[in-house]
Design a protein around this ligand. Structure first.
Ligand code: DUC
Ligand code: ZN
Ligand code: ZN
Ligand code: ZN
Length: 461
């Protein structure tokens, strides 16, 4: 079965060229000058459109347990929504509960995901219980294709690890070549600020932002970088939101340390003003780290241009406004932490291209090529080249759309981007050669996605 995508502008980190892409079964078999291959079983005309490697969202939480509830998207609904938005790979987080093993956690996540994904998927592992057994199991995880481990400097009593525990896990990461991913917020200090706010009767959603100041993200990021330097471990700072944290990352990178960071669309486009919306509306925007003052946004865009921010992921972690965010009415600290976004990352970052914040090349690089290399999936994913999986997005920059909960495909009852006008829209999506989204709608299947056993990060000095 051959599919020819002809007359489009093929994008890569170095920009765009007019080219045709030939797909044979699940792989790309040729990228040629226009017209070289004359016909195929299916011919897709991409005139006036971009042809790019499918998006890779390296940070999602599907069916994630949180305080007695679960994030609202299942692997089925979440991966379908991702496909609608031009994302053809996700890396989701398996969550170790305290007192359980990493390998039983991994089994559990395979049970949830296997056979239920519309696109290919991998896992990171959240380590919340550092002990000799866990450290040993990290090696087995790496062998099983789970080569990155998230730790938390926030949430004391739940996911939090002490500096000593982080140090031990980092040593193991150095030994195995695995990546340590860090939620860098000073949770000990934050918990004091939260308790003080509640004691003073401050219960509204905006308090979530006030009690998690950007300085405490900067402090934790610097500390994580220091621990990584002492141990030699590669470090990837997840969901970076604050200028102070970005400065720390930039300084470490300038010094040649293996430190990387991602940001998320919500930190580029939304702010604490959304958290401060009247009534309980702000609960829709509760995520950690919190939405910041607008002044941080220009720094984050600059970080994307300079590669101090290498990746854009969504931290997709949706909770319904009506029945889940409600848990925190009257106590902001009980609002489930997370926002929906897996469907809109490619569109929102394309807006950054339209606005002149980033180039077309950086759009593809931060949303596909770099996540593939960062997490050991390249060149199978993240590039349109012979031999690569035919995960391909045809994107129409001339189309227009308005984001809304009425039309999105995520299983959540609100949109964080309600009413946003977007220049550009996904036209057609192929996952391993199969057309899964087109003008005919979703034509994939939720048993199509394969588990991706990942190699190590491909950027280490
Ligand atoms: N961190 C995440 O990465 N996702 C959801 C909540 C959190 O604290
Ligand atoms: Zn986090
Ligand atoms: Zn997350
Ligand atoms: Zn719901």
């Amino acid at each position: 079965m051959r599919t020819l995508i002809k007359d489009g502008t093929v994008l890569s980190p170095s920009g765009g060229v007019r080219a045709d892409v030939l797909v044979t079964d699940e792989r790309i078999t040729a990228v040629t000058e226009p017209g070289v291959v004359e016909t195929a079983d299916t011919v897709l005309d991409a005139t006036g459109k971009y042809v790019l490697p499918g998006g890779i969202d390296a940070h999602t939480h599907l069916e994630m347990p949180f305080g007695g509830t679960f994030s609202a998207d299942t692997f089925e609904t979440g991966t379908k929504a991702a496909a609608w938005g031009g994302t053809t790979t996700i890396i989701d987080f398996a969550v170790q509960a305290k007192g359980t093993s990493l390998l039983s956690t991994l089994d559990k996540w395979h049970e949830k995901a296997d056979g239920n994904c519309a696109i290919d998927y991998g896992f990171h592992m959240i380590v919340s219980d550092v002990n000799d057994g866990t450290l040993k199991e990290m090696e087995t995880c790496v062998g099983a294709g789970v080569s990155s481990f998230k730790m938390f400097m926030a949430y004391p009593g739940v996911f939090y690890s002490t500096d000593g525990e982080i140090l031990r896990a980092m040593r193991k990461a150095t030994e195995t070549g695995a990546m340590i991913m860090m939620h860098a917020e000073n949770g000990i200090a934050i918990d004091e600020l939260v308790a003080a706010a509640l004691a003073a009767g401050h219960t509204d959603p905006v308090q979530h932002g006030y009690t998690r100041p950007s300085a405490l993200e900067g402090e934790a990021t610097s500390r994580a970088i220091t621990l990584a330097r002492v141990t030699g471990a590669p470090l990837y700072v997840v969901h970076l939101s604050a200028a102070e944290a970005l400065s720390a990352v930039a300084e470490a990178r300038d010094a040649g340390q293996n430190v990387f960071a991602e940001t998320c669309p919500q930190y580029l486009y939304l702010s604490i003003e959304d958290l401060a919306k009247p009534g309980f509306e702000g609960a829709k925007y509760v995520a950690s780290p919190p939405l910041r003052e607008k002044r941080h946004q220009a720094d984050l865009w600059r970080g994307l241009r300079t590669n101090d921010l290498s990746v854009v992921s969504t931290d997709h972690c949706p909770f319904c406004f009506k029945d889940q965010k409600e848990l925190g009415r009257g106590d902001f600290s009980k609002i489930p932490n997370g926002m929906p976004g897996v469907e809109h990352r490619m569109d929102l970052l394309h807006q950054g291209v339209v606005a002149g914040e980033i180039s077309l090349g950086r759009w593809v690089e931060t949303c596909s090529t770099t996540p593939a290399r960062m997490f050991g999936l390249y060149p199978r994913k993240g590039v349109l080249a012979p031999g690569s999986d035919a995960d391909i997005v045809i994107y129409d920059p001339a189309a227009r759309q308005t984001l809304s909960a009425e039309t999105h495909h995520m299983a959540v009852d609100y949109s964080a981007y309600e009413g946003f006008e977007i220049a550009g829209k996904v036209d057609t999506v192929l996952s391993r050669g199969k057309i899964v989204v087109s003008s005919a709608g979703f034509t994939g299947s939720t048993s199509h996605g394969n588990f991706l056993s990942r190699e190590l990060c491909q950027y280490l000095n």
